[in-house]
Design a protein around this ligand. Structure first.
Ligand SMILES: *Cc1c(COP(=O)(O)O)cnc(C)c1O
Length: 396
């Protein structure tokens, strides 16, 4: 069925499912490393002939292609390429599009390893980088150089939840002859479609909202044009960070309920965020759905919802953070996000513990910062859990 003119929810359920010889309703798992060279009609061996067929799973596999076709349609792109992890997607984009002597401008609060890979490794191959607060476009404009080939933004970004104007960033990038890449992991294609706003490539850690069940690590890149899609695919085939068919099957299964999950979690987040803002133990709350968020209006313009990621600062700093982390019972104390279960983390002692305190503070990761990924549980239970944990921080 051609789903390209269908609505988002119909695409989620039906896009990309290949015609299968037995009429399977869901995409079968083609758990094979290699494919026989056959004549499509007669099924006999065919010397040198695969004509658009599959050859080898690193190059392409029908289960993985089904997921790629689905996400390409969700993001309104020409094509998609799935990777073993979100960082597999990031590394493929860097290696496919950057050469020695090139420069990249990126969001300062971008996912840590996306910056680490650039600063520690791509730099060894002669690629220069600048990290600026891209939520202020003046910083982005000032950082552009004649050799800037890529503007790579993450919006909303982690954990500060800062929002960058995608259409304006695309204009700045294109005026300088550069491409715009958007890490759309936090929004998911349900809430934000960067290609429609002018971006050239979109990438996801599908580990988060797209799979949504905290049981798979994976990544995907969606390209706006055929030329970019071919470039990404060609790099991945050589790099070998391809997604496995079983992984792709699980992600396709999780993806079907993306809209239901995202909407349900947002409903709860819209209650939890103002509730936290009113708590005496909490200094401030960063949720893009709150009018107090500095880019609330921009998020309202370029997104179709505010999502379920909340950051807040505890008045009691690191010690209060320790108490809350040790006291929550429903919320899982874990990194990652975007799953059906509510997760809580304390970046200063967990994801960013290796950073010097002054660098952490410069990146907005304060001592009492807590990050919440709201799940699809009953909101009353989420609030009760946070309530009992927050109470323990008073007078501690
Ligand atoms: C998790 C994450 C990544 C990396 O993805 P992995 O699947 O863990 O490799 C990249 N970008 C963002 C915004 C993420 O949250």
């Amino acid at each position: 069925m051609d789903t390209r003119s269908c609505g988002f929810n119909t695409k989620l359920v039906h896009a990309g499912i290949p015609d299968d010889a037995h009429g399977s309703v869901v995409t079968p798992i083609y758990q094979t490393s290699t494919f026989a060279f056959r004549d499509a009609q007669q099924g006999a061996n065919r010397f040198a002939g695969t004509e658009g067929g599959y050859i080898y799973t690193r190059i392409g596999n029908p289960t993985t292609v089904a997921l790629e076709e689905n996400v390409a349609q969700l993001e309104n792109g020409f094509g998609a390429t799935a990777m073993a992890s979100g960082m597999g997607a990031v590394s493929t984009v860097y290696l496919a599009l950057l050469s020695a002597g090139d420069h990249i401008v990126s969001t300062d609060s971008v996912y840590g390893p996306s910056r680490g890979l650039m600063e520690k490794h791509m730099s060894r191959f002669g690629v220069a980088s600048s990290y600026v607060d891209t939520s202020d476009l003046a910083n982005l404009r000032a950082a552009m150089r004649p050799n800037t080939k890529l503007v790579y933004i993450e919006t909303p970004s982690n954990p500060a939840m800062s929002v960058t104007d995608i259409a304006a960033a695309a204009e700045i990038a294109h005026a300088a002859g550069a491409l715009l890449v958007v890490d759309n992991t936090f929004a998911s294609p349900h809430l934000q479609k960067p290609l429609d706003l002018g971006a050239d490539l979109v990438l996801h850690s599908v580990t988060k909202f797209i799979n949504g069940h905290a049981d798979v690590v994976g990544g995907i890149v969606v390209s706006k044009t055929e030329a970019l899609h071919k470039q990404i695919r060609a790099m991945l085939i050589n790099l070998g960070a391809n997604m496995d068919p079983h992984q792709a099957y699980l992600v396709s299964r999780g993806l079907k309920t993306l809209a239901l999950r995202v909407e349900r979690a947002e409903q709860s987040a819209r209650l939890v965020a103002p509730w936290l803002e009113a708590r005496p133990e909490v200094a401030w709350v960063r949720y893009i759905g709150l009018p107090s968020h500095p880019q609330h209006a921009l998020a309202g313009r370029q997104m179709t919802g505010y999502g379920s990621m909340i950051a807040f600062e505890l008045k009691g700093g690191t010690e209060a953070g320790r108490i809350v982390m040790d006291s929550v019972k429903l919320a899982g104390l874990a990194v990652s996000l975007g799953g059906v279960e509510t997760l809580i983390s304390h970046p200063a002692s967990m994801t960013h513990a290796g950073m010097a305190r002054e660098n952490r503070l410069a990146a907005g990761i304060t001592d009492g910062l807590v990050r919440l990924s709201i799940g699809i549980e009953d909101v009353e239970d989420i609030l009760a859990d946070l309530d009992q944990a927050l109470r323990r921080t008073v007078g501690a």
